[in-house]
Design a binder for this molecule. Structure first.
Ligand code: FMN
Length: 276
């Protein structure tokens, strides 16, 4: 595995920060400048901590130029801005019909690609519906699948809610897809050891950045239930690979509703541990 690890000796101060921060101890000062330990290099998980921690931008790995990274900490938002984002994000159930600029979706996904995954596996596959006709067809097939399940009395008591979804649809209200212009779901290969966390973290990052960009999202358990328990063909239609663990769904698009204040639910449940 060629990790394309290089050190600019004119910039390197031999501080050892890259050596100390590497989670798998694959870098050593050898003897003066950092170098990969050949016996350990295969442990590299490509996390790029060495590139990020170097104070002078002397280190390159994976062929990456440290000057292309955002400088820290000056690029970070203030803590109260992040707190306001977490409090002010809302589940959006009223969307404007127009699609987003594809560059915005690309920006969201590129940023979310930076979210943490177990051992930096980075195996999340994003399945995206960004086209109105496809969204309409998916909505139609889902509702038809639900209608068949209702008519054939295949819904257990836990899924009885879908009867209401079908009758609302017949009255012109789509309480599953909420007329959102876009749909995103995430899946990871079954071989990944941290599938649930990887997928939820990715969608959570997507949701928060979307909110900061004025884009609304709605986590959607109903689509997941409808697809996985009522009509498996819908997953096949999306092209989610069979050997993947399937994650949640997010609807997204421009909100047709504006919130003027945060909700107030700062109460939290705590189990504080004292062992001594
Ligand atoms: C895992 C998950 C699944 C959800 N599924 C749905 C859904 O199927 N339909 C829906 O309208 N809202 C859904 N929601 C939104 C929740 O109802 C919402 O987050 C909660 O009421 C709090 O409102 P807020 O997100 O605006 O703070 C879901 C939320 C989560 C986290």
């Amino acid at each position: 595995m060629d990790l394309q690890f290089t050190i600019d000796q004119e910039l390197c101060t031999q501080c050892g920060a890259c050596v100390d921060d590497c989670p798998f101890h694959i870098i050593e000062l050898s003897p003066d400048y950092p170098a990969l330990n050949p016996a350990r290099a295969h442990h590299c998980i490509r996390c790029q901590h060495c590139l990020a921690v170097c104070p002078t931008g002397a280190l390159s790995i994976l062929g990456l130029n440290p000057d292309q990274s955002l400088p820290l900490p000056q690029s970070l938002p203030a803590a109260d801005q992040v707190a306001a984002l977490i409090r002010g994000r809302r589940s959006i159930r009223q969307f404007r019909p127009e699609p987003l600029d594809p560059h915005q979706i690309d920006h969201l996904l590129r940023t979310v690609a930076n979210a943490p995954t177990g051992k930096n596996n980075r195996q999340c596959l994003f399945t995206l519906v960004d086209d109105r006709a496809t969204m309409d067809e998916l909505r139609r097939r889902t509702l038809e699948g639900l209608r068949r399940a209702v008519n054939e009395k295949r819904l257990g008591s836990d899924l009885g809610y879908f009867r209401h979804v079908v009758s609302a649809w017949d009255q012109g209200r789509d309480i599953i897809f909420r007329d959102a212009p876009h749909l995103l779901t995430v899946s990871v290969p079954k071989t990944v050891t941290t599938p649930d966390a990887d997928m939820v973290i990715a969608l959570t990052c997507f949701e928060l950045l979307a909110a900061a960009m004025g884009i609304g999202t709605l986590w959607n358990a109903m689509i997941k239930w409808a697809f996985s328990q009522i009509d498996e063909d819908l997953y096949a239609a999306l092209g989610v690979p069979d050997d993947h663990v399937r994650g949640y769904f997010l609807l997204f698009g421009r909100p047709a509703v504006q919130y003027h204040r945060t909700v107030q639910r700062d109460d939290y449940r705590l189990n504080r541990v004292r062992l001594v």
